[in-house]
Design a protein around this ligand. Structure first.
Ligand SMILES: [Zn+2]
Length: 349
């Protein structure tokens, strides 16, 4: 970081250097005001006015040939232009220019004329400035502090899953000093040009970590963590209305447990939810994979609570008892499959 006071000294030096140039410009402006009048002042002939007053003829300030104000003398006309220019000059000004061509012109005054309305230098300058009859173009030096925005960096990491992000470092805005050349016309900025920029404080980038690790598939989750192998009853009462085994000439693949509509159905063991949804005669069905080849089915549900792909612990509520699918009343049809083979769930409860 650069020393602050040395920068200020540099700016001050720069200003002084151009202030000299500005003085020259002001003189130039004044000389324009002197105009191209060729009659020397000592040739001015006094005039006797109608009111008996004797005066030398007053002078007009002219802008682009137009008479805009009447003052006592040619010298005053010159001062008026300088005064208007001064309105827009301040300590930051390094250059000044009047855009219009200005001059002065003696009034054609005859003996016996009425007294003309002659303004003081201040009055004339005020009038010209308020009517914006002159365009004073100034150039100023300005030094200001500005924020420096931080960049955003994204880094890949194996530590996060795909789609996961984490802000490792918060970004912080920096600061810089900007020295500008500002061009104004009658005090209104018309152009800005940056001369120099000095960094005062470095911005800190925002660092975001973006995961690249593949999300585990349900099967991997299962192998990573399996059920306890010991099941709990999926409903609060074991009210068996139909056992596992042969039934009406077919094999009943599970056990039917009668329960009031809306009763809670819980995971018989910890595992992964591998299916949720409507499935033919099962109605609303939840399937859990407990690892080691063991899968349980929960059928005819009125409502499914578990989310497919999620993990559940033994006893977690996963659905509610209902009578969807091929069912004659609210009950849970519960199946246990080992390596794809249906077995009697009662052997596990
Ligand atoms: Zn059944």
């Amino acid at each position: 970081m650069r020393d602050l006071s040395s920068r200020n000294q540099k700016l001050l030096g720069l200003k002084k250097k151009i202030a000299l140039a500005a003085a020259g410009t002001l003189l130039a402006a004044a000389s324009i005001a002197a105009g191209t009048a060729i009659v020397p002042s000592d040739f001015e002939i006094p005039v006797l006015l109608a009111n008996g007053e004797v005066i030398t003829p007053p002078w007009y300030v002219t802008v682009e040939g137009e008479c805009v104000a009447l003052v006592d003398s040619r010298d005053d006309a010159r001062k008026v232009v300088k005064q208007v220019a001064n309105y827009y000059k301040n300590e930051e000004t390094i250059d000044l220019e009047i855009k219009e061509r200005t001059s002065s012109k003696e009034m054609d005054l005859k003996n016996g004329d009425e007294k003309p309305n002659i303004l003081t230098v201040e009055e004339a300058a005020d009038e010209i400035a308020s009517k914006q009859e002159l365009t004073v173009k100034t150039t100023e030096l300005s030094a200001e502090e500005q924020p420096v925005s931080f960049e955003t960096i994204t880094r890949k990491t194996e530590k996060l899953y795909k789609g996961q992000t984490k802000v490792k470092q918060e970004g912080r805005t920096g600061r810089k000093e900007v020295i500008k050349e500002v061009t104004k016309e009658n005090g209104q900025t018309v152009e800005e040009q940056v001369l120099e920029e000095t960094l005062l404080e470095e911005p800190e980038p925002e660092i975001t970590l973006k995961g690249t690790k593949e999300r585990p598939k349900p099967a991997e989750l299962v192998s990573a963590k399996v059920g306890t192998g010991k099941m709990t009853a999926p409903v609060s009462q074991l009210n068996v209305t139909s056992s596992f085994g042969p039934r009406w000439g077919r094999t009943h693949l599970g056990v039917d447990l009668a329960m009031p509509q809306g009763s809670s159905i819980c995971a018989a063991d910890g595992g992964t939810v591998i299916f949720t949804g409507y499935c033919g005669s099962y109605g609303n069905l939840v399937k859990l994979d407990h690892g080691n080849g063991i899968v349980t089915y929960y059928a005819h549900c009125s409502q499914i609570l578990a989310e497919q792909g999620s993990r559940v612990k033994k006893g977690d509520p996963i659905a509610k008892v209902g009578s969807t699918g091929n069912s004659t009343g609210p009950h849970l049809h519960f199946e246990v499959r080992v390596n794809g083979e249906n077995v009697d769930p009662m052997g596990y409860l």
